[in-house]
Design a protein around this ligand. Structure first.
Ligand code: UD1
Length: 432
């Protein structure tokens, strides 16, 4: 089994370049198959979730050509199947976008129920409600969502909660429905706007993405396009917090500072230095930081995908902090792992009560999911001694070249097979 070995205690310095947004990429790759002409997508993150989704669309007949690790050409003209049910696709969340895209284009989709990180019950009732209001008949059987329609008709849809997935899914189906659809109470995350911009570049007519109501006028067909994905807000935030946690000083490049405002505001509140440039953020911390209370909220609130990293940073800060998770019910599973490294955190319901400690100690820990895994790497980079982070397949779903980027900032970290005693010994010697 692959694992990360991390020698902590080195302040991260220098610069790191952020890749394309994973969650935008998942929507965009799937939306691309709605056109019957080639679509070229740049700034694609080279991570496992993206690879799985590209294989899935190839499996149903889309032509997928990787120009390089970050550029792909997709042509959905020859799609011959509307059914996707591979083992790999069941593990990722973005697979649910295949329902909206195929239903919009072919009026039929039969897709394995989505997986993704085990951070809560993650229902899809709002997606289904939206498809049904557009005129589809949706059933769930044998672990698959089966959606079909004679035709889709534009309508007024009110989401009970601002779901990212439901907003993108309904937007995709509605852009090839007859007439006008309005989605009220949609999610406003940056990747909603990015997927809408991408669909518009293919000829869709979507207005208001990123606001309280999205208006979509259906079109008969979508055409080819060229598009570049926005930078990953969560990857950027993870590096910002990691640099600060190690007492470092670095430039986080290729970011949209506006997308990072909730994270920046918290860092400033706890005493870190943050400087914004056009497409770069400079962060540093030369002293121990202070406590803060944080509540996860839909965008523009503090992102739930940054909650484990923020909790880890506050676990090292002076005073008592409270982190409240309002989006997913079981997103504190990593805290038992952080406690093994010396963190002083108790969880009651959806709140973590954190008493800051001065340092973490190294330990063997397991990543329970993607973002929590990144938080454990952060903790390892701070702790004295050598930390082992296991189950790193979760982390590789969403962080491209994690080891290379951390090492580029001066950190000491390596991916090593847990059976490879020689490599483990070599790392220990190097870390001494
Ligand atoms: C997406 C992101 C994930 C991020 C999350 C919140 C992708 C692939 N994943 O997940 O990284 O953590 O947004 O920013 O983009 N809900 C319902 N019914 C539904 C749909 C959602 O009740 O039909 C609830 C969920 O249980 C949750 C909340 O709405 O409490 C937000 O979920 P949602 O925004 O849909 O998250 P995902 O799209 O699954």
């Amino acid at each position: 089994m692959k694992q990360y070995l991390i020698k902590g205690g080195i302040p991260l310095r220098g610069e790191v370049t952020i890749g394309g947004a994973k969650n935008a990429a998942l929507g965009i790759i799937v939306a691309a198959i709605m056109a019957n002409e080639p679509v070229r997508v740049e700034n694609l993150p080279d991570v496992d979730d993206v690879r799985v989704l590209l294989e899935a669309i190839e499996g149903i007949g889309a032509i997928v050509e990787r120009e390089d690790a970050h550029t792909v050409r997709i042509n959905g003209a020859l799609i011959h199947d509307v059914s996707v049910d591979e083992e790999a696709i069941r593990k990722i969340r973005g697979s649910y976008y295949l329902v909206g895209a195929l239903l919009g284009k072919y009026k039929r989709a039969l897709i394995a129920l989505p997986g993704g990180c085990q951070i809560g019950s993650r229902p899809i009732d709002q997606h289904i409600k939206g498809f049904e209001q557009l005129g589809a008949k949706v059933t769930i059987h044998h672990g698959k969502i089966d959606a079909q329609a004679e035709s889709l008709r534009g309508t007024h849809i009110y989401l009970d909660c601002p779901s990212v997935g439901a907003t993108i899914n309904i937007m995709m189906a509605a852009c090839m429905a007859e007439g006008k659809t309005i989605i009220e109470n949609p999610a406003k995350e940056p990747h909603i706007v990015d997927v809408a911009n991408f669909l518009n570049s293919m000829g869709a007519n979507i207005k208001g993405a990123g606001t309280d109501a999205i208006r979509i006028r259906g079109v008969e067909a979508l055409h080819g396009a060229e598009y570049s994905i926005i930078p990953d807000q969560i990857e950027a935030g993870t590096y910002m917090l990691t640099v600060v946690a190690t007492g470092g000083d670095a430039y986080i490049k290729n970011v949209i500072p506006k997308h990072l405002e909730a994270i920046t505001a918290k860092l400033v509140e706890i005493g870190a230095e943050v400087e914004e440039f056009d497409d770069c953020i400079h962060v540093s911390a030369d002293k121990r930081l202070y406590y803060a209370n944080v509540k996860t909220m839909p965008y523009p609130g503090f992102p739930t995908d940054m909650q484990p990293q923020m909790t880890t940073l506050l676990a090292l800060s002076q005073g008592t902090s409270i982190v409240t998770e309002t989006i997913f019910e079981t997103r504190f599973k990593y805290i038992s792992e952080l406690r093994r490294m010396g963190a002083n955190i108790t969880v009651e319901g959806n709140a973590a009560f954190i008493t800051g400690v001065e340092d973490f100690t190294c330990a063997q820990v397991s990543a329970p999911d993607l973002r929590a895994g990144a938080a454990l790497v952060m903790a390892g980079l701070v702790a004295d001694g050598i930390t082992y982070v296991k189950e790193i397949q979760y982390i590789e779903r969403g962080y491209e070249n994690f080891v290379e980027k951390i090492c580029g900032l001066g950190g000491c970290m390596e991916e090593v097979d847990s059976e490879d005693e020689r490599a483990i010994q070599k790392f220990k010697m190097k870390a001494m």
